[in-house]
Ligand binder design. Sequence first.
Ligand SMILES: [Zn+2]
Length: 366
Amino acid sequence: MRAALGSRRIPHAWLFTGAEGIGKDAAAIEVAKVLRCESPLENGTVPCDICRGCVSTAALSNGNVRFVFALPSGKGEDSRADSPMLKLSDAEITLIKEQMALKAANPYHNITIPRAQQIKISSIREVKRDISFAANEAGWRIVIVSEAHLMGEEAANAFLKTLEEPNSRTLLILTTSARSRMLPTILSRCQEVRFDLLTDEEIAAALIARQGADRTAALLLAKLAEGSYSRGVELMSGDLNQLRFDVVSFLRTALRRSPMALHAEIERLTSGSDRVQIERMLALLALWLRDVYSYRLTGGDAFIVNRDQLKDIQSFDTRFARAPLDRLILSIEGSIRAVRSNAQIPLVFTVLGMRMEEMCFQGPGG
Ligand SMILES: [Zn+2]
């Protein structure tokens, strides 16, 4: 990508693929900045970050840079409408502006707008209009289509026409975390750049530098973020600490061998939590058992993430020295999959609690 920018052999269309939250949109905005920058550095590959071009592009307010994303559809909206915002309520428009502002402040931000399931055909028409005007203007015009797989059939077909009629001063950048949902005809007309997941260390370092996290917290968050920096940031704002203690309490209750107590504990933990929180809880439980595992293997705390719970980890290991930790972790992972496929949450926890009890008391092979 950098090489292409340096040589200015920029393709007509780029497709940035990879998991959510690893900086595809951020990279697209960075490319737009380079192309709109008045005095780019390092052989034209790095934006200066202070000129008008850079600042307005970063703020998503540069007239030559369009950022397209999914929007809710308005009441009685006509797909032939001129503007995608036409039929939206004031509240929705405010929310969209707010989300744009958050994205401008932090390009890693995941835009979340209720009911925004599709990139509208009217948004794509705006892009086409932009491009036709661009012909007479100096400099690059950049269109970023975020999570491009959200284009509906009509929008995708309209976009395809744009891809088929290249314009030398226009760069289209599509980003997607669901490559398999893109039309093959669109894929074949874009040059793909794959984004890899970040390592725990990279995420931790970024959380420390950008979010001011302390090292212990940063490592814990990184482990839970599964390669996604934005998920790490999101986790940071949640009540992670409470959840960490909640999962240990769940484990402890499951091992009390009292169905009544387990039922009450599940009720307490799951009522009022959404699926995302539930998944997070289960991931934390698996992480805690991994801590027990590394304690068992090394006899020390060097690889333990939940350092402040070392005593509990030790006593669990002593009491359930024969518990098959690998199988325990696998069954938690199974529970996470069940939650993702919409299983009933209290049931998932009940089954998991019973399995854990069984495995801990029966030991390996049981
Ligand atoms: Zn600049």
